[in-house]
Design a protein around this ligand. Structure first.
Ligand code: FES
Length: 367
């Protein structure tokens, strides 16, 4: 008889223990962490540009998960993330002060869809915009495009407070030196004089229109990839679309600051007074499980109660680790920073932000 997996086995199926091969200091408050994934054969760590890793560690008995974008060219296969220390951020502080080469960290296989289909023969033009640590997926996107589409041209506008706080600066200079005729980087600083009025100070909508007009953020491109705080990214998207770029060619990822403290990851406890509001069925790793939803539950909460292997990370609608397709019934998302309009049209939802609007919902995590 085959032994049934225990709950712990099932959860641990999501994560693989990877060895840290290096922790390199980038800025004063960020590190680049590289993992060796090659000895791990039961998890697939190949990745696409723009994807992220979810890391897991327990602090004082509380499990913390954090998502960090991979910051290397996809064809290289190099699994590395940049981690900026956030004030009060338990995980990021630990990574910046205590993590060392040789340590083991639990890592979930790459996920996320902040990328596009590459075409080797295409002579496409790209606009990239990154603010602060939003550079991590954008760097992967730039490096992957330049490596995979030899005729592509890429323009990056990179906004930071000061030159000292600029992440991946050496990597960007290296990338530019290797692709001088195809890769242009403009650095803008909000708290440092750069010599150019357009590239100094906060880029509000008026300035973004000027940046588009003057070619720092070109709109006559095939694709734009934007990553940073929501206000900047939304205004930049508006400026690009107003200048003629098709809405469907603008890809966005919102930078989250939800990296604080040790918030409990467990769903609410069900008591005699809990009110059931709907039922559900979740298919995950080829196995379907029935569940009940109670007042106050998100879909993720309810699924997690019966399927501890349900994937999630940020629980704030950003990382898209928790996504599933609705096969029956319907749900409403509170916020959605992680899915594109196209994915939503195809039935994808962020389960951490979803509440049922029908008596029964049927979800497929394997889609
Ligand atoms: S867990 Fe990150 S979007 Fe749901």
């Amino acid at each position: 008889m085959t032994a049934q997996p225990t709950t712990t086995d099932v959860i641990d199926d999501l994560f693989a223990p990877l060895t840290v091969t290096s922790v390199d200091h980038d800025t004063d408050d960020s590190v680049i962490v590289t993992f060796d994934h090659r000895p791990v054969t039961d998890h697939d760590f190949t990745f696409d540009h723009g994807q992220h890793l979810t890391l897991r560690r327990t602090f004082d008995g509380v499990e913390i998960r954090r998502s960090y974008s991979i910051c290397s060219a996809a064809p290289s296969g190099d699994l590395r993330v940049a981690i900026k220390r956030i004030d009060g951020g338990v995980f990021s502080t630990w990574a910046n002060t205590e993590l060392r080469a040789g340590d083991i960290v639990d890592v979930m296989a790459p996920s996320g869809h902040f990328g596009h289909r590459l075409e080797t023969d295409a002579a496409r033009r790209y606009t990239l915009l990154a603010a602060g640590s939003g550079i991590t997926p954008i760097f992967s996107i730039a490096a992957t495009i330049l490596a995979s589409e030899p005729r592509a041209h890429v323009t990056l506008l990179y906004v930071n407070r000061t030159s000292q706080s600029t992440m991946l600066l050496d990597e960007l200079h290296d990338l530019r030196d290797r692709h001088l005729d195809r890769f242009v980087v403009h650095f803008a600083f909000t708290r440092e004089e750069t010599g150019g009025a357009l590239l100094t100070g906060r880029p509000d909508r008026v300035r973004l229109d000027d940046l588009v007009r003057h070619g720092f953020l070109p709109a006559d491109v095939d694709h734009a990839f934007l990553c940073g705080p929501i206000e900047l990214i939304e205004e930049a998207a508006q400026a690009l679309v107003a200048a003629g770029l098709d809405q469907g060619s603008v890809h966005r990822e919102i930078f989250t600051t939800n990296q604080m403290g040790t918030v409990s990851l467990a769903p609410q406890a069900i008591t005699e007074t809990s009110v059931a509001v709907a039922t559900g069925r979740a298919t995950l790793h080829g196995r379907a499980t029935q569940f009940d939803l109670y007042e106050g539950d998100t879909v993720l909460d309810a699924v997690q109660r019966v399927r501890p292997d349900a994937p999630f990370s940020c629980r704030s609608g950003v990382c898209s680790t928790c996504q599933a397709v609705v096969r029956g019934g319907s749900v409403e998302m509170e916020v959605n920073y992680g899915l594109s309009d196209d994915e939503v049209a195809r039935g994808y939802v962020l389960t951490c932000q979803s509440r049922p609007t029908t008596d029964h919902v049927d979800l497929d995590y394997d889609a």
